[in-house]
Design a protein around this ligand. Sequence first.
Ligand code: CA
Length: 539
Amino acid sequence: MRMMVGILLAGLLLLASCAGSPQQREVEATTPNILFIFTDDHASHAIGAYGSRFPGDNTPNLDQLAAEGMRFSRCAVTNSICAPSRAVILTGKHSHLNGVLTNAERFDGAQMTFPKLLQQKGYQTALFGKWHLKSEPTGFDHYERLIGQGPYYNPKMRFPADSEKGFDERRHEGYTTDIITDLAIDWLKDRKSGEGPFMMMVQHKAPHRHWQPAPRHLDLFADVQIAEPDNLFDDYSTRTTAARIQDMEIATTLTPHDLKLAKQRGFTEKQEAAWMASYGPRNTEFTKKMEEMSSEEIVRWKYQRYLKDYLRCIRAVDENIGRLMKTLEDLDLSKETIVIYSSDQGFFLGEHGWFDKRFMYEECYRTPLIVRWPGVTEAGKVNDQLVSNLDYAQTFLDLAGVEMDRPEVKAMQGISMKPLLEGKEVPFRKSHYYQYYEYHGDRTTAHMVRRHRGVATERYKLIHFYNLDEWELFDLKTDPQEMKNRADDPELAEVRKELEAELERLASEYGVPDDRGSVPRDPHARIQALKKPQKPKSD
Ligand code: CA
């Protein structure tokens, strides 16, 4: 232990001696700060600037950020689920290389990440909010993080400390989205000039399930009818078995707790009273009417409850983005700070009758990405290139002036988006590789989405559910909602052949091991598909 403390002290002394070096000052003069604001499960189609079908004024600060920066319309993730996406962002490597294939694995903090390389470059690095990778964060000068998923209210948070464990914990009182922002703002204010540029990750729990809004937003949208998607009552008629045997339907999977029909815990008395005052009368009204409602009407009621809570959680995120932007201005940091907004993936907001993510379908395969780089990125630009969360690490390193031919950077698998942000017309990715792993071969898997891998191009998407050995092919130009599987359409036979070859080429390029034997050919698929009750049809 004494030796460890000695090593730590030596490290601190080394850092302190670097802080004022000529190299450090040069870094400070020429490199921007990086502020990465990150949410959990925020679908881009719930952001006004992306053309949301929801009430238009719910994200004014995000819309402002998009108006001042560049909005990416086709940013995809490589594996649409929480922990894996975070690991991809930190490492710039696909799941099979960073070791986080599903939400079950522990992130190996010894591996190279972009925050570590930024530290080496002289950046101060900090993280506040959700981490969700089981191991303690590495590569940060300071952090204060939620433990696991973390609650929406009164969170206990963990921070590095001079203790045997290396960390300590404290409980905050209040709404988590506000608290995470408070911590970030305090850290910005406490920074001393001359400490070098910073890279700060502000990572919200919101708007993750179970969508608990802040007390000030409990009545937001109370009298508003939220628009439904056209395919809320999708019958999956042309899709593979995988679409029919998932467990993520608004109709059947949402729980009374999700819907605020069951008691919510973890509140203070005052918070509890606010909740009861808002949800109590509405719940009483619903339970009175429920007996007389058709199954379709109940799905519609659940959709309204789910979406209103989801959008309320986003309202708090947006307000807090406004607070952060104001802080940058107050501290005179706006011009020298690149602000990036993104989420770990998108989300189904009733499309196909679903909530949640995981599938390689557009709503959750895409994630929001907005970048404001003052003085460089042309304001209000929309970029349609096939970018990816795989690209974030190299982009941030490139923005910070880290040498892109360093072996640690060359080992990454993404592409720097810096030229795109500079408005350069450069060739970018023509096809994007996806693989989802979290299905364990039994009925205990959350949401029961079968393993699949796929490739997307500008126009098409080919998906192989390899435990089922079933294929889907979509023409995104004529069928952006992915309602018509054309895998066996003779008209697209040539396209399918090319995409299958491209899928293999990408898997080989990225060194993806063959996962097809990892879970036996799905034993439940056929039985469950036959047993599944027919959903009510909309007409
Ligand atoms: Ca997520």
